[in-house]
Design a protein around this ligand. Sequence first.
Ligand SMILES: NC(=O)c1ccc[n+]([C@@H]2O[C@H](COP(=O)([O-])OP(=O)(O)OC[C@H]3O[C@@H](n4cnc5c(N)ncnc54)[C@H](O)[C@@H]3O)[C@@H](O)[C@H]2O)c1
Length: 256
Amino acid sequence: MAFKGKVALITGGGSGMGRTAAQLLAKQGASVAILDVNEEGMKETAESSATIHPFVVDVTDTDAVHALVEQVERDLGPLDRIANAAAIMPFGKLLEQDPKVQLKLMQINYGGLVNVATAALPAMIQRGKGDFISFSSMSGVIPGLMMGGYCATKAAVQMYTEILYHENINSGIRFVCACPPPVSTPLWKQAEATVMPKLIEGGETLTPEQVLEDIEQCLEHGEFLSMPGKGTKFGYKMRRFLPGQIWKHTHKVEGF
Ligand SMILES: NC(=O)c1ccc[n+]([C@@H]2O[C@H](COP(=O)([O-])OP(=O)(O)OC[C@H]3O[C@@H](n4cnc5c(N)ncnc54)[C@H](O)[C@@H]3O)[C@@H](O)[C@H]2O)c1
């Protein structure tokens, strides 16, 4: 999709992949509404272009998200693209991580998606065109020790988006669910501040641009799952056909 004159809404636009996605679309001439709780981060994102419009909104606030979508469509125009990048990623063993943190993970990473989808998709579907992008993760496909709270949210994101896609299969909307391996963004600081699984340390890291390019390719070719990076698709097949091998390897690496 050429983006000159189009309108996009991106959650998590104050950092990482949400920021890069906003800046790339604005460069192509789009008006981009970014939504985040990180006001400073959004200011930095918006510095690169007058067509990036920051909004301080918490994705877990259903009423605020619905009101924002209405406002954006009124002020900037009907949405052509929605990207759900807002997330948090504290790690920890499931029985050691504060249950409130585990529930907050679900509220933000999964609940935010539910709020944005229900706010923005009905009108987009009525118009019969547009792109809807979710950010799941390789962690939504392959389970990891000490990452259970986060993995559960990403599995939920993937399942929700897949059903959303199939419930609206002939709507004209292009759906993509991104499942990247680790990407070099500030999200990792949260994991580092908690506990870092050995399996992840020193592994492959993609750039936000590589992930976003793969998403564009998937949108263009009608592929639902975006799995950028060497070995990502292989990992998906391993999980599907040889889950025991993944667990064996995981226990060996983590040492318990
Ligand atoms: N970085 C990775 O390694 C990686 C890998 C696979 C998938 N992902 C997924 O990609 C997406 C983007 O990740 P990123 O690496 O760019 O992260 P990031 O931390 O750089 O950006 C996430 C943004 O979400 C915002 N956010 C957090 N809670 C919010 C809330 N309640 N309301 C609104 N905004 C909120 C943060 O303030 C932050 O600006 C996430 O969904 C993440 O789970 C990341």
